[in-house]
Design a protein around this ligand. Structure first.
Ligand code: SIN
Length: 465
């Protein structure tokens, strides 16, 4: 293992900071400390855990400008989006501070009078998380808050591109009074830290947000010690614009869904399916709206679209655009780049492609970039077939003013998150997660604390009535 990571600003390629990387021995030690602390933290009264979570959220809010700046510097997203993400991150802490005191058991009527059956919930133990670079604050708190609320201890490895936001948030958790060993971070490469987490019998759960191939390897790695897993993996979101859609709304919401974080989110629309009667009108309005988006350094307040996180991400997006163009797609706007491979920055201007079809990679793979491919359909059944024709099942969107069409689409789309006339459905109080190869389990809402709890059932016999 190398002993440091260079964190660079993706908008300039400049070094922001070098952070230390823990050795395998140090990571084992951190795991042992988390395991030992579990014995104490799991016994802390739920009301006290709730108070500590609220104090953590408050500390983050007090420091939000500074955290947002760090996030923009290491991730590249516009400052306004970073501030939005800090609020999104604390909304998970606030929600699970409330859920901590609502972990209920139940009694079950027994079949004989001399018995009582009682069901209780208890925390599962030490939880290890591996979090992504695209939402360095919210994806961590979405896992840490329910874990701590349930009484689990928590250890996280943040993405190598963006460890600074995570480190800052965890230091603030300690300032707020959450014990140091109840929430810890380690730094390192995923390929090295992942197996240390999955192989450890002291870790009882792995929670991961990232790519489907890495998720699959973590699931396999967790099999030997039969760990619980929550996996929030890739997406390939369709967005369907039905014949009776409100086009003005569809355009504004598609802009939000497609270009948030420069298109680098798992729930970003990846395929725009427009009814054939509307495609020209939609393409014209959408292209006009895209033309207003400004590309630049996220620290500049006028920026809408920041850089691509790194060279690998950039090359994948450009390869998808070129493949589509070779196979007959038409560029309506964009396909322009500002790149310096030596300095290490990569910007892609928001791009709209028309005449795309299923033969193109962009219609088959996740893009993770600011490229919007438009295709057409004739009937709602055809739109559903195109939309579901993917191994992914994270988010889907549709626009219709007709409630029958809306409910029909809802019932037939195989996706965990559906936005109806809504391009931004994510919320701390709702269950986020995917079907098929997009993942296992849900984060957020009342569902999001379940994966951190075991069920125990007590049968008391020989009672006198
Ligand atoms: C993600 O891209 O994984 C998360 C996006 C969200 O929470 O909205």
């Amino acid at each position: 293992m190398s002993n440091s990571i260079e964190v660079k600003n993706p908008a300039t390629g400049e070094l922001i900071k070098e952070v230390g990387v823990q050795t395998a021995e140090e990571i084992h030690h951190a795991i042992e400390k988390g395991h030992m602390e579990f014995k104490r933290w799991s016994k802390v009264n739920a009301h006290e855990r709730s108070k500590l979570l609220k104090a953590w959220s408050h500390k983050i809010q007090e420091n939000k400008e500074e955290i947002a700046k760090v996030m923009t510097m290491e991730n590249g997203k516009p400052l306004s989006e970073s501030l939005g993400e800090v609020n999104y991150a604390t909304s998970y802490i606030d929600w699970y501070a409330e859920e901590a005191i609502r972990i209920y058991g139940r009694t079950v009527p027994a079949a004989t009078e001399s018995k009582r059956i009682v069901v209780t919930r208890q925390p599962i133990g030490l939880v290890a998380a591996i979090t992504p670079w695209n939402f360095p604050a919210a994806m961590m708190t979405r896992k840490a808050a329910p874990a701590l609320a349930a009484g689990c201890t928590f250890i996280v490895k943040a993405a190598e591109d963006t460890p600074l936001t995570t480190m800052t948030l965890i230091e603030l958790a300690h300032d707020a009074g959450i014990p140091k060993d109840a929430i810890q971070y380690v730094n390192g490469k995923g390929s090295e830290v992942g197996p240390l987490f999955t192989n450890s019998p002291l870790i009882r759960k792995i929670t991961f947000t990232g790519s489907t191939p890495v998720g699959k390897s973590l699931i396999k790695g967790s099999a030997d010690t039969v760990k619980h897993v929550t996996m929030e993996l890739g997406g390939h979101a369709p967005l369907i614009i039905a014949e009776d859609a409100d086009l003005v709304l569809a355009v504004s919401q598609t802009i939000i869904s497609k270009y948030r974080n420069a298109g680098q989110t798992c729930v970003c629309v990846n395929r725009i399916l427009v009814h054939e009667s509307l495609v020209d009108a939609f393409a014209e309005k959408f292209t006009k709206a895209v033309a207003k988006l400004k590309v630049g350094n996220g620290l500049d307040e006028t920026t809408d679209i920041g850089p691509i996180i790194n060279e690998k991400g950039f090359d994948k997006i450009v390869a998808q655009i070129n493949d589509a163009l070779e196979k007959g797609a038409e560029v309506l706007i964009g396909n322009k780049y500002q790149v310096d491979r030596d300095k290490g920055y990569f910007f892609i201007h928001p791009t709209v492609l028309k005449n795309v079809d299923a033969s193109m990679d962009i219609m088959q793979e996740e893009t993770f970039g600011p490229v919007a491919p438009i295709t057409t359909f004739k009937t709602i059944e055809e739109a559903i077939e195109i939309a579901n024709n993917t191994p992914y099942g994270l988010a889907a969107y549709f626009f219709t003013e007709n409630y029958k069409t809306g409910m029909y689409l809802h019932d037939h789309l195989d996706f965990g998150i559906i936005g109806w006339n809504d391009g931004a459905p994510s919320a701390a109080h709702a269950p986020f997660g995917g079907m098929k190869e997009s993942g296992l389990g849900r984060e957020g809402g009342i569902e999001g604390i379940e994966p951190y709890l075991e069920t125990k059932y007590l049968s008391v016999g020989n009672l006198v009535n």
